[in-house]
Design a protein around this ligand. Structure first.
Ligand code: NAI
Length: 707
C-alpha cells in the first residue's frame, strides 16, 4: 500500500483512510492503494465490514484539475477508476463511505460505488464537472440516478451545483447523517450492516423510473440547458449520459458516459473553462504584494454618494456585516437612495434569497447621513459621487481632513486618474480605486486600481476585502478607463462602424450573442445609457486626432434624445417592461446619415462582425498588457468574464486569441489596419508574439505589477 492510503482494523471493521492532502484528490497512487487495501481485507476472515474515509479537512474533494490537461484517451481518469469502483461494489463485505467536507466529482463517484454512505451534517456532495466543461467519467451519471432518481441526478450533473447532507439524505444519496465523531458513527453503522447482503448501486434499478416520465425529465432538462447554459456542450452531454442510464444496461451506459466524457475532455470548451478556473485563482497573486503582506482591519465603512453605484456598494458592505455610513448632499437624494436599497432588499426577500429578518438586519447596518461627523471612526471610505475631477478632488480633500490616519480612501471612478484624485490628499499611499460594476450588488467584478503611491498594505487589504464581499478583485493600473472600459471603447467603436458600413443593428448584436456574449454591444449601450459615452466624447473631443475616423451615428441618436432604455429608445425601441424591438426608423436614419457622410454600404458577414469586435478588444488588451496596466493576460480574461458578459467557454478574449492563434489574429488585425487606417495599428506585443510564435498565456508582465 502507498503512503496515500492507510488500512487499520477496529474489532472486525476495516478502516481505509485516504491521506492525500490537501483535498484527498484521486491522484495516481490513491486508487491503487484502495484496491490493495480491499485485497487484504478480502483475505482477512476477521473483518466483516469496511469504512472508507478521508483524513484532514475533507473526503475526496475531486480530481486534481491539473491532471485533466495531461489526459489522453488512453489514460483518462474515469476509465482508470471504473474497475476500482466495480471492485468496491463487488466486495462481499459491505463498504460504508464516511463523508465530511465535500465529496465532489470523482469523490462522489467513489462514494456512490460503496454500499452505504454516512455523512456529517455540514458535508456536501456534487458532480461539479460541468463547471470545467466535463461530465462525470467514472460511472457517476450511471450510479447517481440509481440512488437519487433520474430528475435529481440530471439536475446535479447538468448544473454542477452541490447538495447538502440533508438534501442528499432526502434523495437517498446518503443513508445517515452522523452526529458527533464521523469515524465512530461510520464504524457503528458498519457493525449494523456487517454480515447482511450488501446492495450494489449498479443493480439498484428501482429508482430509474419509467420511460414516459424520463422522456419528460430529459426533454425539459435539454430545454433548460439551451436557455440557461446557452452554448455550453457539457450540460448537454451530462443529460445524454444520464439518459443512457435510463435506457441501457449499466455496462453499456458506462461506455456511453465514457465516450461523452472523452468528447468533453478534448473539447476547446473544457480547456477554456479549466483556464478560467486557474485564472480566477491566479488573479490573487501580485508579485510585489506577497500573501503575508499585513492587512488593515475593515470593521466599519462609509460610502459617499447614494446614487446608482453608492447605494449598491453600501448594500454589498452591509451584506457581509460591515456597518456603513451612507452620505448624500441633501435629504431628497438620501431618501431616494435609501428607497432603492429598500426596494432591492424587498426583491431579494421576495425571490427567497434571504429572510425578511436578514434584510432588516442588513438595512440596520446602513446609517444615512448628510454630514461627515461620524467619518473619523471608519476604516474605509468608498466615494461614488458624480464623475467629475473637480468634485472628486473636493470630496477627497474633505475626507483627508476628517478621516483618521490609516483609513483607506477609495474612489469608484470609472475613468478618472487615481493619482490626480490622491494628489488632493496628504496621504496618497492610502488612496486606491475600487471600481465596482453596475449593479454593484450583483456584478462579481471589482477592478482594484493601483495608484503610483498606493501602499502594498492598502492593496492587500482591498484584495482581501473583495473576497469577503463575494467579488473577484483584479488589480489594474491607473490608465484611462483602467482595463475593462479601456478595451470596451474599441469594441463598441467597431460595432458602430459596422452599422455605418452596412451591417444591420440586429445583425451586429446577434453575431456577438451567437459568439456567446451575454448581450450584443449595441443593446449593451442602450442598457448603460448612450449619453454617458456621448458626454465623455464631447468633453474629450480635444483629444481626438484629426484624420482618425470616429463613429458618429450613436452621437446623432443622442442628439435626438435617444439615450437607450432610460428614454424608451436608443438603437432599439423599448416598451414599458424594457423589452427591446428593432426600430426601422433608426435603420432609415442610419442610411441617410451614412449616405450624407459619403460612406458606401456593403454586405457584412457575421464572421467579420465577430472578428472586428473581438480583435479590437484583443488589440487593446495587448497594449494594456505590454504597458503593464494588467499583470497577465488571464487577468484581462477574468475582467471580461465577470464584468462584461464574455462567455466562460471561450475563456475570455485573450485566451480566445490564443486558441485562434496569435499569428492568425495578427494577420487579421493587419488586414483591418490596411482597410481601416491607423485606428487598427497592431499592438507591438501582438506583432512580437506572432513573430515569435508565442501566446498571450506565455507572456507575463509581472515586472509591470500593474503600476
Ligand atoms: P449617480 O449620479 O447615480 O450618483 C451620484 C450621487 O452622488 C448622487 O446621488 C449625488 O447626489 C451624490 N453626490 C454628489 N456629490 C456628493 C457629495 N459631495 N457628497 C455626497 N454625495 C454626493 O452616479 P453613479 O452612476 O452612481 O456613479 C458614481 C460613480 O461611480 C462615478 O464616478 C461613476 O463614474 C462610477 N461608476 C458608475 C457606473 C455606472 O454604471 N453607473 C459603473 C462603475 C462606476
Amino acid at each position: 500500500m502507498t503512503e496515500l492510503v492507510q488500512l487499520a482494523r477496529d474489532n472486525g471493521v476495516a478502516i481505509i483512510t485516504i491521506n492525500n492532502p490537501p483535498v484527498n484528490a484521486l491522484s495516481p497512487g490513491v486508487p491503487g492503494g484502495i484496491s490493495e487495501a480491499l485485497d487484504q481485507i478480502a483475505q482477512d476472515d476477521g473483518i466483516k465490514a469496511v469504512v472508507l474515509i478521508g483524513s484532514g479537512r475533507t473526503f475526496v474533494a475531486g480530481a486534481d484539475i491539473k491532471e485533466f490537461g495531461k489526459m489522453t484517451s488512453g489514460n483518462a481518469r474515469g476509465a482508470g477508476l471504473l474497475p476500482l469502483l466495480l471492485k468496491i461494489e463487488d466486495s462481499g463485505k459491505p463498504v460504508v463511505v464516511a463523508i465530511h467536507g465535500t465529496a465532489f466529482g470523482g469523490g462522489l463517484e467513489l462514494a456512490i460505488a460503496g454500499h452505504y454512505r454516512v455523512a456529517v451534517s455540514t458535508a456536501q456532495v456534487g458532480q461539479p464537472e460541468v463547471k470545467l466543461g466535463l461530465i462525470p467519467g467514472a460511472g457517476g451519471t450511471q450510479r447517481l440516478p440509481r440512488l437519487a432518481g433520474v430528475a435529481k441526478a440530471v439536475e446535479m450533473c447538468m448544473s454542477g451545483n452541490p447538495a447538502t447532507a440533508e438534501e442528499a439524505l432526502r434523495f437517498g444519496i446518503i443513508d445517515r447523517i452522523v452526529e458527533g465523531d464521523l469515524l465512530t458513527g461510520a464504524v457503528a453503522f458498519a457493525r449494523e450492516v456487517a454480515g447482511k447482503p450488501a446492495p450494489k448501486t449498479r443493480e439498484r434499478n428501482e429508482k430509474l423510473g419509467n420511460a414516459a416520465d424520463n422522456a419528460m425529465i430529459i426533454s425539459s432538462a435539454r430545454e433548460a440547458a439551451a436557455k440557461k447554459q446557452r452554448g455550453l456542450l457539457a450540460p448537454v452531454a451530462a443529460i445524454s449520459a444520464v439518459e443512457a442510464a435510463t435506457k441501457l444496461p449499466f455496462e453499456e451506459g458506462c461506455k456511453t458516459e465514457q465516450k461523452l466524457f472523452l468528447d468533453c475532455l478534448f473539447s476547446e470548451q473544457s480547456k477554456s473553462l479549466i483556464h478560467v478556473f486557474f485564472s480566477e485563482r491566479e488573479v490573487a497573486k501580485i508579485p510585489d504584494v506577497p500573501k503575508d503582506t499585513p492587512v488593515l482591519p475593515i470593521n466599519s465603512a462609509a460610502v459617499v454618494g447614494a446614487g446608482t453605484m453608492g447605494g449598491g456598494i453600501a448594500m454589498v458592505l452591509a451584506n457581509v456585516g460591515i456597518p456603513v455610513l451612507l452620505k448624500e448632499v441633501d435629504q431628497t437624494a438620501l431618501d431616494r437612495g435609501l428607497a432603492t436599497i429598500r426596494l432591492n432588499y424587498a426583491n431579494s426577500v421576495r425571490r427567497g434569497r434571504f429572510s425578511q429578518q436578514s434584510a432588516e438586519e442588513r438595512l440596520k447596518l446602513i446609517t444615512p447621513t448628510l454630514t461627515y461627523d461620524d467619518f473619523p471612526n471608519v476604516d474605509l471610505v468608498i466615494e461614488a459621487v458624480f464623475e467629475g475631477m473637480a468634485l472628486k478632488k473636493e470630496v477627497f480633500k474633505e475626507l483627508d481632513r476628517v478621516c483618521k490616519l490609516g483609513a483607506i480612501l477609495a474612489s469608484n471612478t470609472s475613468t478618472l486618474s487615481i493619482d490626480e484624485i490622491a494628489s488632493s490628499t496628504s496621504r496618497p499611499a492610502f488612496v486606491i480605486g475600487t471600481h465596482f460594476f453596475s449593479p454593484a450588488n450583483v456584478m462579481r467584478l471589482l477592478e482594484i486600481v493601483r495608484g503610483q503611491a498606493t501602499s502594498r498594505k492598502v492593496i492587500a487589504t482591498c484584495m482581501q476585502l473583495s473576497k469577503k464581499l463575494g467579488k473577484v478583485g483584479v488589480l489594474v493600473g491607473n490608465c484611462r478607463g483602467f482595463v475593462g472600459n479601456r478595451m470596451f471603447g474599441p469594441y463598441r467603436r467597431e460595432a458602430q462602424f459596422l452599422v455605418e458600413e452596412g451591417a444591420g443593428i440586429v445583425a451586429v448584436d446577434q453575431a456577438l450573442s451567437d459568439f456567446g456574449m451575454a448581450m450584443g454591444p449595441l443593446a449593451t449601450g442602450d442598457l448603460a445609457g448612450l449619453d454617458v459615452g456621448w458626454r465623455i466624447r464631447k468633453e474629450y473631443s480635444y483629444l481626438q486626432e484629426p484624420g482618425i475616423r470616429q463613429p458618429f451615428v450613436e452621437d446623432r441618436l443622442c442628439e435626438l434624445g435617444r439615450y437607450g432604455q432610460k428614454t424608451g429608445a436608443g438603437w432599439y425601441k423599448y416598451d414599458e417592461q424594457r423589452q427591446a424591438t428593432a426600430d426601422p426608423i433608426v435603420d432609415e436614419l442610419v442610411r441617410k446619415w451614412v449616405a450624407e457622410a459619403g460612406i458606401v454600404q456593403r454586405q457584412i458577414s457575421a464572421a467579420e462582425i465577430v472578428d472586428r469586435c473581438l480583435y479590437a478588444l484583443v488589440n487593446e488588451g495587448a497594449r494594456i498588457l505590454e504597458e503593464g496596466f494588467a499583470l497577465r493576460a488571464s487577468d484581462i480574461d477574468v475582467i471580461y468574464l465577470n464584468g462584461y458578459g464574455s462567455p466562460t467557454y471561450r475563456g475570455g478574449p485573450m485566451w480566445y486569441a490564443d486558441t485562434v492563434g496569435i499569428r492568425k489574429v495578427y494577420e487579421r488585425v493587419s488586414e483591418f489596419h490596411r482597410q481601416q487606417g491607423e485606428i487598427w495599428q497592431p499592438a507591438p506585443l501582438l506583432k512580437r508574439l506572432a513573430e515569435e510564435g508565442k501566446t498571450f498565456a506565455e507572456f507575463s508582465n509581472e515586472e509591470g505589477a500593474a503600476a
